[in-house]
Ligand binder design. Structure first.
Ligand code: NDP
Length: 334
């Protein structure tokens, strides 16, 4: 094989560490494998999981090109790909190396983007939208009459989760970190909003506020992506036989839990779900994506792109996400 000229700009993490380990690199054009499509990236999604992979919370090999989500236009297809053609617009949640001008995406994981959905909205939906969808449909099927607590409700997952839970008839109690985030959470459908950074003692005061809002009973489910800082308050905010859906650790990982705590606090359920297990088959991926895209096209789901950064400024995007200063989706534009 002849050596190929380096001409694709991409963001690489050079070692485990802070945002400074992200560097702009020039790499050879990727080539699609037989089951892949090659996509010119219009927008790459920035997700909290990218920070875990960069910082070493998740084991990774270095250097690696960061990112897994995006949307763009197909420029080449592998030999075995028949369902996607050059020129199609696609979006994806799981293509390693998506912080780049070009990325190879497995055709079995690529979603055709319908007309009426912009590239930026398409890039904002796959990871956080599919997550919000499986949480309210499969992990804790939310119904009318439920009281649910959504932490970080003005975040990427949070704004979508709040809308989907409220649309299914639940009363959503949201936690947020600022006045501006409170406004966004209310617009998304939260009935009550608690600015949890203003509480003297989160673990003591948050459950007290939640119980005051629910006639002393507590909520049927807590959707907790904050993790370490909120876990104890989440458990203490639940209704008898309520469900704690722990799906992230934006404040850090939760230490090991004694199952006896679930007994003592009212026969509680604790689950720690992940997206991959909810889009493992093409049928399930298509069902969830179709419902999301249909809702966007019908004007029923608002996808807020809170910030965009040039690809070269990926480190700034990570700093913003990790410093709690972002709302909704953060995108990189190559
Ligand atoms: P967000 O947009 O929600 O950003 C994180 C938010 O968490 C912040 O804006 C902040 O909101 C809140 N937060 C609270 N404490 C901290 C802290 N110490 N440091 C930083 N942020 C903090 O990010 P994403 O939507 O990308 O992801 C949200 C969570 O969902 C992540 O934990 C992620 O890992 C998880 N996730 C899990 C998936 C799964 O399948 N299990 C899939 C996708 C995401 P505020 O200021 O309001 O407190």
């Amino acid at each position: 094989m002849s050596p190929r000229s380096p001409n694709v700009r991409a963001i690489r993490a050079t070692a485990a560490g802070g945002p400074d380990v992200l560097e702009l690199a020039e790499l050879p054009d990727p080539e699609p494998a037989a089951d892949e499509v090659l996509v010119r990236v219009a927008a790459a999604g920035v997700n909290f999981i990218d920070t875990y992979r960069r910082s070493g919370v998740y084991t990774m090999t270095f250097p690696h090109v960061v990112g897994s989500e995006g949307a763009g236009t197909v420029v080449a297809v592998g030999a075995d790909v028949s369902e996607i053609a050059v020129g199609d617009r696609v979006a994806w949640s799981s293509a390693p190396g998506s912080y780049a001008e070009l990325v190879a995406v497995r055709a079995s994981k690529a979603l055709l983007v319908p007309e009426g959905v912009s590239d930026q909205v398409a890039a904002a939906l796959p990871l956080q939208g599919l997550t919000a969808h499986y949480l309210v449909t499969s992990t804790f099927p939310v119904q009318a009459g439920h009281d649910v607590l959504v932490h970080a409700a003005a975040g990427g997952v949070g704004l979508l989760l709040t809308q989907l839970a409220a649309q299914r008839g639940a009363r959503v109690i949201a936690t947020v970190g600022s006045v501006e985030k409170e406004r966004l959470a209310r617009e998304a459908g939260a009935a009550d909003v608690i600015r949890y950074r203003e509480l003297d003692d989160l673990t003591r005061d948050l459950p007290a506020e939640v119980r005051a809002l629910t006639g002393g009973r507590g909520v049927h489910a807590v959707f907790d992506s904050v993790g370490k800082d909120t876990f104890d308050a989440s458990l203490a905010s639940l209704h008898r036989r309520g469900t704690l859906v722990l799906f992230g650790g934006s404040s850090g990982p939760v230490p090991p839990v004694d199952p006896q705590r679930l007994n003592a606090a009212g026969s509680l359920f604790l689950t720690r779900p992940t997206l991959d297990d909810h889009i493992a088959t093409r049928d399930e991926l298509d069902w969830r994506a179709r419902e999301l895209f249909d809702a966007v096209r019908a004007g029923a789901l608002d996808v807020r792109v809170g910030a965009t950064f040039p690809l070269a400024d990926a480190a700034d995007a990570h700093r913003a996400l990790e410093s709690r200063s972002t709302t909704g989706k953060v995108l990189l534009l190559p």
